[in-house]
Design a protein around this ligand. Structure first.
Ligand SMILES: [Zn+2]
Length: 157
């Protein structure tokens, strides 16, 4: 939503989809069985579901996130024929990885199998979880504010 004023020609729905693109790919890939988040057996027995690093490199890996972001740029450019909109859509797509990097415990692969998993792990602690919750609310309300302010101040056509 905050990116919309930067690229007025990019539809809002496209920017919203792009911002969640990596997770949408994850749902798609896990649905077709390409990816899975591994849940350890011992944790199931203890009645808690701990999600440990699985095979996430197709959607959540840094390398593929860059590839998908470039693909988002190219696709947007192909359909909208506007470089600015395409660039912003590509950057919004990639921004998901940056935010995931801040909050995820190290389960984001850099490349493919055997590559280091990264993540600063804000989610990993109690206070961190609260901070990330506050951060999400701030980002959401900030984005909404920027978008609504931009719409209001825009000359009507
Ligand atoms: Zn994500």
């Amino acid at each position: 939503m905050a990116a919309k004023p930067l690229a007025p020609k990019a539809p809002l729905w496209l920017l919203l989809i792009a911002s969640e693109g990596i997770d949408l790919l994850f749902f798609l890939f896990s649905f077709i069985g390409l990816e899975k988040q591994a849940v350890s057996r011992s944790s199931i027995e203890r009645g808690i579901e701990v999600i440990t690093p699985g095979i996430l490199y197709w959607s959540q890996g840094l390398f593929m996130a860059i590839i998908w972001s470039i693909a988002a740029f190219l696709l947007t450019y192909f359909f909208l024929k506007e470089q600015r909109a395409a660039l912003i859509v590509g950057l919004v797509f990639f921004s998901h990885w940056i935010l995931d990097f801040i909050v995820h415990t190290p389960d984001l692969p850099l490349f493919f199998v055997g590559s280091p998993n990264v993540g600063l792990g804000l989610w990993g602690s109690g206070p961190g979880l609260i901070i990330s919750g506050i951060l999400e609310i701030l980002l959401l309300s900030g984005g909404l504010f920027v978008y609504l302010y931009w719409r209001k101040s825009r000359p009507t056509n």
